[in-house]
Design a binder for this molecule. Structure first.
Ligand code: FAD
Length: 323
């Protein structure tokens, strides 16, 4: 048996979620006495590629092809399926990132494999079964899903698996993929960087604000809190609908789903549609002046108080603690 992991990069550098999927795929390979191959597509230099061995890849495969410089969903899915076949991989692992969500079902169809999207734990392989825990209903519940197909594709929820190092010798090979015109029906022309901050799905700490903050001018306070913690900023839907914050920061059922280690909600009521995208956060801290706000029901820590009094004190305490 062999396991293939797709090592996603952003601008030539591997992402934190890539090290999570390699660590996860390494553990599956170890569970099954199998080898782990990491596949990198797009332009990544040799030194960066070698990092994949540090996290446990027995072999690293690159696909030199100018047409694959930028992410193209169908073409990348085709290459990953071809490499999976050439490596006789029975399990393919990738991140449940924006690209991974589009790739996983396509790879599944090409390999005639069962697909689990949004896995949050290693497969339970007791009694010869292959059962994977995943989030369902926008993170409101977990499901245990058994994959009965011979080949399996798993996309892993970012921030749900601990990165572990498992240094292996650096073995790098090139693969010549066969690509058709039909693989390039939709081609990425340009990426416009909206922010230089860490992306929300990958953020370990998120400071999020709601309508309780009264207006966009009060976000300075949240920015200061986020800077003190090294956190990313998010907001509730009405906040982005009102134009107080960009839509790219809107989290929830109709926004981005996040699963940070720490989610700090300031002046957010905790409507079910908001919770749908944030409830798989590991620790939730809620600051709200209404003790009956629904968010307190899912909070690990709650502070009943006025955000305009609590947040400055929190910032001062964090800065004091650092000094
Ligand atoms: P409010 O509900 O107005 O809550 C403000 C909170 O701030 C209150 O709890 C109040 O007690 C508190 N507050 C006020 N002043 C202070 C203060 N000084 N200090 C501390 N606390 C204070 N919402 C999302 O967020 N994400 C989604 O993806 C989403 N998708 C939706 C999809 C559909 C189909 C629908 C119908 C709705 C969706 N919504 C979504 C909207 C959702 O139902 C809520 O209306 C929204 O989440 C409320 O945002 P809020 O908590 O910021 O505002």
């Amino acid at each position: 048996m062999s396991v293939l992991v797709y090592a996603e990069n952003a601008g030539g550098n591997f992402k934190k979620s890539t090290f999570e999927v390699i660590s996860y795929a390494r553990a599956i390979a170890d569970q099954n006495n199998a080898t782990l191959t990491a596949l990198s597509i797009g332009e990544v230099d040799g030194n960066e590629l070698k990092i994949l061995a540090l996290y446990g890849a027995d072999k690293i495969i690159t696909v030199p092809n100018e047409k694959l410089k930028n992410f193209v969903n169908q073409a990348y899915a085709s290459v990953i399926a071809q490499v999976a076949e050439s490596e006789a991989a029975t399990v393919v692992v990738l991140s449940n990132s924006f690209s991974g969500r589009g790739l996983a079902p396509r790879i599944g169809v090409k390999l005639n494999a069962g697909v689990i999207d949004g896995a949050v734990a290693l497969p339970d392989q007791a009694d010869g079964k292959f059962v994977v825990k995943k989030t369902v209903f926008s993170g409101k519940a977990f499901a245990m899903v058994e994959l009965t197909s011979a080949k399996k594709v798993i996309s892993l929820t970012p921030n749900s698996y601990q990165i572990t190092e498992a240094a292996k010798p650096e073995v790098i090979e090139e693969f010549n993929a066969t690509l058709n015109e039909s693989d390039f029906r939709a081609v990425l022309k340009e990426i416009v960087q909206a922010t230089d901050k860490v992306s929300l799905p990958e953020a370990e700490i998120i400071v999020s604000g709601g309508r309780g903050l009264k207006g966009p001018e009060n976000w300075r306070m949240l920015e200061e809190l986020a800077d003190a913690l090294g956190a990313a900023l998010a907001c509730s839907k009405p906040v982005s609908d009102a134009g107080w914050r960009p839509h790219s920061e809107h989290v929830g059922q109709t926004g981005i789903a996040v699963s940070p280690n720490l989610y700090i909600a300031v002046g957010i009521s905790g409507a079910i549609q908001h919770l749908a995208g944030v409830s798989s956060s590991k620790t939730i801290v809620v600051i709200n002046k209404d003790p009956d706000a629904p968010f307190f029901k899912v909070a690990d820590y709650g502070i009943v108080g006025d955000a305009f009094e609590v947040v400055p004190k929190l910032i001062a305490a964090i800065k004091n603690n650092k000094a």
